[in-house]
Design a protein around this ligand. Structure first.
Ligand SMILES: O=C(c1ccccc1)c1ccc(-c2nc3ccccc3n2[C@H](C(=O)NC2CCCCC2)C2CCCCC2)cc1
Length: 233
């Protein structure tokens, strides 16, 4: 049984990524807001655009702290951010949803989201993903590394130098694999299950365009940043 050991430089890499991930948290807690009262569809859409806009800003700051990211070709940096923005939002939403809450709060939150204005057809895949993330009881390190790995996906549309992105993603995958073996010795498939979540995340990606238009309102007003990153309007 080979002794798995995280090297000094892997410790350093993990530290940088986890600190950046924790530094760039969403300002106010959207779950608390949603648990306070049931908002109208208009208010919910406004809340989403506000939360999503600040999350994109947070995502950019986090990504800039990923070692090597800023030395990538500039167009590729944009392509990676655009390609991962919606996935990062769902990943973060899943973490918000699966946070330990007092009894019954998760059910209330789920109910509020179901009635928020998102059309029913997206509820099942979305909540399936949230629950599958919740079942993993991920540690912060795993959440941070998984988000960095999702951002550093070499085959996003319009990425020119895929090898350069692979060279940044691989060390993240290595340290995450070792972390999983060390933290979940009784669950050898844990790392594979984590990566499986990234595949599930990609399927949600192609819903988001319809999710936006389907939000049962016609006058969708988006911030310039969301228009840019979500390819709307
Ligand atoms: O339809 C969606 C969509 C997805 C991609 C592109 C465009 C629209 C789409 C997008 C988020 C959520 C979503 N799932 C959540 C799970 C738990 C808690 C809140 C959640 N939300 C929304 C939210 O604020 N998310 C934050 C979370 C922090 C990081 C930035 C985002 C609210 C917005 C108010 C109404 C109810 C849901 C649910 C659905």
């Amino acid at each position: 049984k080979e002794k798995v050991k995280i090297t000094k430089e892997q410790q350093a890499l993990m530290k940088v990524v986890v600190e950046a991930y924790n530094r760039h948290q969403i300002p106010q807690d959207v779950a608390k807001k949603l648990l306070q009262e049931q908002y109208s569809e208009e208010e919910n859409f406004l809340l989403l655009t506000e939360m999503a806009t600040s999350q994109v800003q947070v995502l950019v700051e986090f990504t800039k702290n990923i070692p090597g990211f800023l030395s990538l070709n500039h167009e590729d940096q944009i392509a990676l951010l655009k390609g991962s923005a919606v996935e990062a939002m769902f990943l973060r939403s899943a973490q918000v949803f699966s946070r330990k809450m007092p009894n019954g709060h998760t059910e209330v939150l789920e109910e509020r989201i179901r009635k928020s204005g998102i059309s029913e057809e997206f509820m099942t895949p979305m909540f399936n993903f949230y629950k599958s993330i919740g079942e993993l009881h991920m540690m912060q390190e795993e959440q941070a590394l998984l988000t960095a790995i999702a951002i550093l996906t070499p085959d996003r549309p319009y990425v020119k130098d895929q090898q350069a992105v692979e060279r940044l993603q691989e060390p993240m995958l290595d340290v995450l694999r070792k972390l999983c073996v060390l933290q979940h010795p009784q669950e050898p498939q844990y790392f594979a299950r984590l990566l499986g979540r990234l595949t599930e995340l990609r399927t949600l990606n192609h819903y988001h365009a319809e999710m936006l238009t389907s939000w049962r309102m016609n006058d969708h007003k988006f911030t310039p940043l969301l228009c840019e990153i979500w390819d709307v309007e």
